[in-house]
Design a protein around this ligand. Structure first.
Ligand code: 13P
Length: 252
């Protein structure tokens, strides 16, 4: 049985005081780590203080991006060394917003994925198609290519620990979620690609999240599917009540 993983992606939202009061409000009421992995991915400036606020609780803190180099002349970037030092545990890599607006490529996602493991960070590697690509029947080939390239050079053990987030771009922030069956079909295909690239054991262990307009009202449908092990959530992760609502769906 794969343990579910629910991760909030706050994107570019919240001030430090809002971020801290969110963590204070949820940290003692989230379900146990045995039932679900709970992750909050915050903007970089708040990470250190949120790690402190969440210490000893069931909430893990994640970043939304990082550079693959450890240090150097990369103005404005955040290094994996700094994230590890702060006590950050997860990092979202290759989110479609970064691919679309900030020149993220399969190659840079691969370098970042390798760097994440080198620094004890669990990568949440994102993949997903545009509406145009879906309509052209390219979804499965596209996500297969994204994941094969992102996972190139990982050991079996690393691939098992990595988290994949399948986020159809047309479903992000639009209120137009994929049906659970469609999402499961793509996640099943991703699992098959992982089996081909690594082996059946790795494919059985790797956790695949669905993302795109997930809310407390619909999360159960996704989690009921064979190949969906959790969710990467934007809008509904911003308020403590809806974030806790997502987690409650697991414990019910
Ligand atoms: O991009 C997402 C999470 O990374 C999904 O965002 P929404 O949940 O707001 O659709």
């Amino acid at each position: 049985m794969r343990k579910p993983i629910i991760a909030g992606n706050w994107k570019m939202n919240k001030t430090l005081s809002e971020a801290k009061s969110f963590v204070e409000e949820v940290k003692n009421v989230v379900p146990s780590n045995e039932a679900v992995d709970t992750v909050v991915c915050s903007p970089a400036p708040f990470l250190g203080q949120l790690v402190e606020a969440a210490k000893g609780t069931n909430v893990a803190i994640g970043a939304q991006n990082m550079h693959f180099e450890e240090n150097g002349a990369f103005t404005g970037e955040v290094s994996p060394v700094a994230l590890e030092d702060l006590g950050v545990q997860y990092v979202i890599l290759g989110h479609s917003e970064r691919r679309e607006m900030f020149n993220e490529t399969n190659d840079s996602v691969n370098k970042k994925t390798l760097a994440a493991f080198k620094h004890n960070l669990t990568p949440i590697v994102c993949c997903g198609e545009t509406l145009e690509e879906r309509e052209a029947g390219k979804t499965k080939d596209l996500v297969a290519d994204q994941i094969q390239k992102a996972f190139a050079g990982l050991t079996d053990e690393q691939a098992k620990q990595a988290v994949i987030a399948y986020e159809p771009i047309w479903a992000i922030g639009t209120g137009k979620s994929s049906t659970a069956q469609d999402a499961d079909e793509v996640c099943g295909h991703i699992r098959k690609i992982v089996a081909e690239s690594f082996n059946a054991d790795v494919a059985a262990a790797v956790r695949i999240q669905y993302g795109g307009s997930v809310k407390p009202e619909n999360i159960k449908e996704y989690l009921a599917e064979e190949n969906i092990d959790g969710a990467l959530v934007g809008g509904a992760s911003l308020q403590p009540a809806s974030f806790l609502g997502l987690l409650e769906a697991i414990s019910e």
